[in-house]
Design a binder for this molecule. Structure first.
Ligand code: FAD
Length: 385
């Protein structure tokens, strides 16, 4: 039972309860014990992807005929909540399974789906999506990467930055202009299999404020020759529309991570304030602590109910971009606020790296920036006024 004590949400069927237990067990046994080592090394192990693949925790929402578990976004959500609650904040698997694989499923040709999806499900291929560039983040129409027609295929040039899974990814969806004169209509998505791609180079694993072991990186493409089949879908110029149509899911994934981390922060903090003593009583006995946590629990409960409402609508196919943007912006803001208030209740220990709340504080910050900044979320919401 979650720390919020809410009844099981309507979208969570019996098989999902079993999946939740299975995911929690697997993560606790196989991945959580590695976190300290990954933290010290500044990068997670490549082998963790295979562990997740073997356990059926990658591509749970992809149909069985393409190697997935044949579930829905509900399955992905259960797994993503388990990652967040286990302290695997920095893992790129939600992006791999919930963003990269669905792009291929929705827009790929039959041949592309058969070629890439089964390997993404086992972890043999690790997915990334390379949109952001040094000069273009929020304004994706400004990307400079180009994919010029050459013979039957394309030649890709450009540099990308801040790319999640950047050191380990070997299947990268690159946003590039196939017609630089055509604005948004000239943008296409090109799928690059990097293992034998001459001209492809990984840059630095970037040092960050938080998410220490995530392999967020720069990527460089210099005259990379791609076959015609690297174009995602059958037609050039569809990239911007493809990106826009998948935004609700991407934003909801961030919202799910936010509520999962909020629940973890509350669980850890409640346990701590019951144990820690000052002035002859438990920290929880101070009215300030009770009121702070009462407020946090109330807001977290409101957030969780809204999150579940969005998940239910998305599974039914009816989640609009504005509502998904509300979930991303509001829950990531709430995450930052609650984690900060929880950290305060740990006193000096809350500032120490070995206390998870301190890492959660650092990890939380980027949730307001990536997958579209919270300012961009408000722009999208404002368009619905
Ligand atoms: C850890 C991490 C992982 C990431 N993973 C990926 C990834 O896997 N793939 C990928 O492609 N990208 C990734 N990103 C990039 C991320 O999506 C971008 O950083 C984000 O979209 C913002 O773009 P920017 O950094 O260029 O900021 P800018 O667009 O330069 O924005 C700077 C500031 O201006 C504000 N601003 C911009 N436009 C407006 C406007 N119209 N109105 C009001 N305010 C505005 C922004 O909100 C922000 O506060 C990642 C980033 C981080 C930090």
């Amino acid at each position: 039972m979650s720390v919020l004590g809410l009844p099981r949400p309507a979208w969570m069927s019996e098989d999902l309860v079993m999946l939740e237990e299975q995911a929690e067990r697997l993560l606790a046994a196989e991945l959580v014990p590695q976190i300290e080592r990954w933290h010290d090394a500044g990068i997670m192990d490549r082998s963790a992807w295979t562990v997740l693949g073997e356990a059926g925790l990658l591509c749970a929402g992809i149909p069985e005929e393409y190697g997935g578990a044949g579930g829905s976004f509900a399955h992905e959500t259960v797994i993503n909540l388990a990652f967040a609650r286990a302290g695997l904040d920095a893992i790129g698997a939600p992006l791999h399974s919930g963003i990269v694989a669905p792009y291929i499923l929705r827009y790929g040709t039959q041949e592309q789906k058969r070629r890439w999806l089964p390997k993404l499900a086992t972890g043999e291929l690790i997915g990334a999506i390379a949109m952001s560039e040094p000069g273009a983040g929020s304004d994706l129409q400004g990307v400079k990467a180009t994919a010029k027609k050459s013979g039957n295929g394309y030649v890709l040039n450009g540099s990308k930055t801040f790319i999640t899974n950047g050191q380990h990814a070997n299947l990268i969806i690159v946003v590039a202009k196939t017609d630089p004169a055509a604005g948004a209509k000239g943008i296409s998505l090109l799928v690059v299999e990097t293992d034998d791609a001459a001209g492809f180079r990984r840059g630095r694993k970037l040092k960050k404020l938080g998410m220490d072991w995530a392999d967020t990186s720069e990527l460089f493409f210099e005259e990379v020759a791609l076959p015609a089949e690297a174009l995602l879908g059958a037609q050039e110029g569809q990239g911007f529309i493809q990106l826009m149509s998948d935004l609700p899911q991407e934003r909801l994934i961030v919202a799910t991570a936010a509520i999962g981390m909020i629940e973890r922060a509350l669980r850890l903090t409640i346990a701590y304030v019951k144990e820690r003593k000052a002035f002859g009583q438990a920290i929880l006995d101070f009215q300030n602590t009770q009121f702070t946590l009462a407020e946090c629990k109330s807001e977290a409960t409101i957030g969780r109910v809204f999150h579940d409402h969005c998940v239910e609508r998305h599974i039914a196919g009816g989640l609009d971009t504005a509502t998904a943007s509300m979930a991303k912006y509001w829950l990531s803001d709430l995450q930052n606020k609650i984690v900060d208030r929880c950290l305060q209740l740990f006193g000096g220990y809350g500032y120490m790296d070995e206390y998870p709340i301190s890492r959660m504080y650092r990890d939380a910050r980027v949730q307001r920036i990536y997958a579209g900044t919270n300012e961009i979320m408000k722009l999208v919401i404002a368009r619905s006024l």
